[in-house]
Design a protein around this ligand. Sequence first.
Ligand SMILES: [Zn+2]
Length: 189
Amino acid sequence: MHHFHGGCHCGAIAVEYQTGIAPEETTPRACQCSFCRKHDARALSDPAGRLIITVHDETRLERYRFGLRSADFLLCRKCGVYVSAFLDDGDAAFGNVMVNVLDDRARFPDATPIDRSGEDAAGKTARRRAQWTPATLRILAQIDARPRRNRRVCAGFRTHRYKSRHNPPCRWNRGLSKGGAWSVTIFPG
Ligand SMILES: [Zn+2]
């Protein structure tokens, strides 16, 4: 299994992508829709893989929808990076990952242009269920019960990713063990 990490530029959204396919053997897709062309997006998925998207700051998560509005295009509101397209499909969820957000992006080939302008919403959903990666979207929220004057935003979430609680506590949230905690919202529910 190959294990890739990445995320948006400012660190608010992190991704973890597991796949049995080596980077050199992948065929990233360059969707030719107007949105993907503006981002020069290279999309990757593996139905036998696993995708975990962790949002450390929900206020920075944009679930952009356009066109047939059949999926969420996850962008960072702070740094503007397009991370993933995500289909919340009830009991399951599927997503793709943008090669450009992976730390190892240089190992992947150039993308092949794909025109999907003829697809309807049902066709898009069927293709995504079949082709995208089983995915989980985790949204971490810091519950801070300390007096407002003592609250600080943690600047260290890059190093604390995938953890529901900072361990060890960073310099911004040492007091949180007394008055705060992390809640985690997970999609699919
Ligand atoms: Zn960002």
